[in-house]
Design a protein around this ligand. Sequence first.
Ligand SMILES: C[S@@+](CC[C@H](N)C(=O)[O-])C[C@H]1O[C@@H](n2cnc3c(N)ncnc32)[C@H](O)[C@@H]1O
Length: 299
Amino acid sequence: MSDDAEWLVELGAAPSPAQFLYRDVIARQRAAYSSFARGYEVDAERRETWAGRWLQPAMRHIDLGGRKKSAVRVLDVGSGIGTFAGHLAREGFDVWAIDIADEMVKRTRARLRGVYGSDAQRRAVRGSFMEHDFASQRFDLILGVAFVHCLPKPVDVLAMRKMARLLTPDGIAYLTTTDEPDGGEALALKDAMRGERDGTLMRRYRTRYTPTQFIERIRASGLTPWSWPRQGAPVELDRSTPSNNMPIFQDTHVRRKRWVDVVATRSGVPLPMPTVYAGAAEPARSHEKPPTAPLAVVG
Ligand SMILES: C[S@@+](CC[C@H](N)C(=O)[O-])C[C@H]1O[C@@H](n2cnc3c(N)ncnc32)[C@H](O)[C@@H]1O
C-alpha cells in the first residue's frame, strides 16, 4: 500500500459507513462536475480576468527569495477548468493540477497546453486527490480553492493532512470556502450555469463550515492557518480569533456571498511577510455582470 493510501487505514480496515459514503461522494462529484464544466466555461472570461485578484491573499506571501518563478512549484487541487493553473502557468510558475472530473481535466489541460505544449497531459492529472500518488513531488504552493468543501468529513481533514505532507518545508497552502451561517453536510443542487439559459442543475456533495469551523478543520490537519489584516502583524487563527481578524472577504460579484480565504503553513513555520503581487490589480469592471461590492475584509 502506498503512503497515500494510509488515510484509508485511519478510517478502519473494514469498509465503514464513512468509506461507503466517501466512495459514493467521489462517484457523484466526478459525474456532477463533469456536467458543470460547460457552465464554468461560459464564465471563463470573467474568471480569467479576476484570477490574479482572487489569488492575491496567497500570492503576496510567495517569497521568491531570488528564485525564478519557474523554480516555484504549484499544485492546483480540484483545478476545475484550469483558471488558476492557467493563470499561474502563464505567469511563469511550474504548475501541476489534479481534478476528478473528466471534462474539468480536459479544460485544465487545454489551458496548460498554451504554456507547456504536450506536457500539459502529464501535468494535469485526472484523478481523486486522496488516491493519487504524488511520489516524491513536493510543492511550494498548494491551491485548494473551493475544494475542501467537496469532501465529506473526516476526509476533508485527511485531505489537508495530505497537503501538509506534500508541501515543501516553507510552502504555503491556500484553502478557501464560502462563509456559511451553520455547518453541515448534504447533497445540494448546484446551478452551474448561474441562471444562464439551459443551465445544468445537478446534485453534488457539499460540506458547509462557519469560518471558525473551517479554521478548526485546518488546524486538525496539522496546518497552521493565518490572517494578515491590513493593520499590520500576522495573526495565527484559532477558535478564539475575533471575526475582525478572520480572513473573510466579500465575493467580488455575488451579493450576500462571502469567502473564507485562508493561507496556511506547516506547523511551526511562520507566514512570510506580504509583498506586492503584481498580478493582482483590480480588473476593470466594464462588460462585467451585475454591480458589485468592493473586495474588503469584513469585520
Ligand atoms: C467548486 S469546484 C472549484 C474549481 C476551481 N478550484 C475553481 O475555483 O474554479 C471543485 C472542483 O474540485 C473537483 N473535485 C471534487 N472532488 C475531488 C477530488 N476528490 N479530487 C480531485 N478533484 C476533486 C471537482 O471536479 C471540481 O472541479
